[in-house]
Design a protein around this ligand. Structure first.
Ligand SMILES: Cc1cc2nc3c(=O)[nH]c(=O)nc-3n(C[C@H](O)[C@H](O)[C@H](O)COP(=O)(O)OP(=O)(O)OC[C@H]3O[C@@H](n4cnc5c(N)ncnc54)[C@H](O)[C@@H]3O)c2cc1C
Length: 279
C-alpha cells in the first residue's frame, strides 16, 4: 500500500512549525525521523493532508548544557547519542541504550522526540529516560510546559500532547559520580523491540532511587522512591540489596497480575541490577 497524497512543509523554526500544526481545518502530522510514521503512512493508518517535517529546525538539533541538566533538542537522533555527538551526563546510560535500539539505519534517522511521542510501550527511550528522571518540554499556543517523561505516555501509542503542541526538548539531569544504573531488555534478537524491560537508577549523593519496569501493555511502571527495592544504594554489590518481593508488590500494585509477565519483568529488573554500571 502507498500513502495518501499529502502536502509537505519544512519549516525553518519552531514558531513556523507551530503555526502550521495549529491549522485545524486539515489533518496535519509532524514528521521527524519517519521511522514509525513512514510505515503508518504506507499502511494508511494515518492519512494527513499536510506533513510538517521538523528535521531542518536548528533549535531541535541543539544541545543546551546547564548546571545540573542537559537539554537535548527533540530531533537529536539515537545515533547522535550512541556516537557521543551530544555530551553524555548519564554515566553512559543513554549511549548504552541507544546502541540497542533497532539497527544502525533506524538509529541514524530516529529521534528522541519522535520515539517518545510515538509512545510505544516497548520503546527504549521511555524506560531509560524515566529511570534517569528526564522531563519533556512541550511548546504550543499556550506557551511551554515541562512534565516528567513517565507522564508523557498516557497509554499505548498515546502521548499527552494538547492541540497545536509539539515536543521541543528533553531535559536530562546530570548524574552524580556515585550514580549507578542498569538497563536490561528481553528480546529474542539484538535490536528488537523488547518483551520486558528492567531499568534502575541509584544516585545516593542526589538522594535519587528509581526503578522502571517497561515494555508492559501500556505506560512503564515507575517507582520514584525505590529504596524498598534497591536498598540505600550504598551496597558494593547492589544485587545483594535487591528485594524481589518489593519489586513484585510494585508491579502487582500497578495492575500486572499475569504470573509469567510478572516473572519476566522482575527477572529483567534483576539482570539490570546485576549488571549495574557506574561512571
Ligand atoms: C525496524 C524498526 C525497528 C525498531 N526497533 C526499535 C527498538 O528496538 N526500540 C525502540 O525504542 N524503537 C525502535 N524503533 C522505533 C524507532 O526508534 C523510531 O525512530 C521511533 O519510534 C520514532 O522516531 P522518529 O523520529 O522516526 O519519529 P516519526 O516516525 O517521524 O514520528 C513518530 C510520531 O511522533 C510524532 N512526532 C515526531 N516528532 C515529534 C515532535 N517533536 N513533537 C510532536 N510530535 C512528534 C509524529 O507525528 C508521529 O506521530 C524501530 C523502528 C523500526 C522501523
Amino acid at each position: 500500500m502507498k500513502p495518501v497524497n499529502f502536502d509537505y512543509a519544512r519549516p525553518g523554526d519552531v514558531n513556523e512549525a507551530l503555526k502550521l500544526i495549529a491549522d485545524d481545518s486539515q489533518t496535519v502530522k509532524i514528521m521527524a525521523g519517519s521511522q514509525s510514521l513512514g510505515p503508518m503512512l504506507n499502511m494508511r493508518l494515518v492519512q494527513p493532508d499536510l506533513l510538517v517535517d521538523i528535521t531542518g529546525i536548528e533549535e531541535l538539533r541543539s544541545v543546551d548544557q546547564r548546571a545540573d541538566e542537559i537539554v537535548l533538542g527533540a530531533c537529536i537522533t539515537h545515533a547522535d547519542i550512541e556516537d557521543l555527538r551530544v555530551p553524555d551526563v548519564t554515566c553512559g546510560a543513554l549511549p548504552y541504550v541507544a546502541r540497542g535500539i533497532a539497527y544502525r539505519a533506524v538509529r541514524n534517522r530516529g529521534t528522541i522526540g519522535g520515539s517518545l511521542t510515538h509512545a510505544d510501550p516497548s520503546a527504549d527511550w521511555h524506560s531509560i529516560m524515566a529511570a534517569v528522571g528526564a522531563k519533556v518540554v512541550l511548546r504550543g499556543p499556550g506557551g511551554e510546559r515541562t512534565i516528567p517523561v513517565e507522564d508523557y505516555m498516557v497509554g499505548a501509542l498515546e502521548a499527552d500532547l494538547q492541540l497545536g503542541e509539539m515536543l521541543v526538548g528533553v531535559k536530562v539531569p546530570k548524574l552524580s559520580r556515585s550514580a549507578r544504573w542498569g538497563y536490561y531488555k528481553t528480546c529474542r534478537k539484538t535490536g528488537e523491540f523488547a518483551h520486558a524491560i528492567g531499568s534502575f537508577l541509584s544516585d545516593p549523593d542526589r538522594g535519587v532511587s528509581r526503578v522502571v519496569i517497561g515494555a508492559t501493555e501500556s505506560r512503564p511502571i515507575v517507582v520514584t522512591d525505590a529504596g524498598r527495592i534497591l536498598g540505600d544504594g550504598r551496597a558494593k554489590q547492589l544485587n545483594t540489596a535487591f528485594n524481589s518481593d518489593a519489586a513484585a508488590n510494585a508491579v502487582e500494585a500497578a495492575g500486572m497480575i499475569d504470573p509469567l509477565d510478572k516473572q519476566t519483568h522482575i527477572v529483567a529488573l534483576r539482570r539490570a541490577i546485576e549488571q549495574a554500571q557506574s561512571a
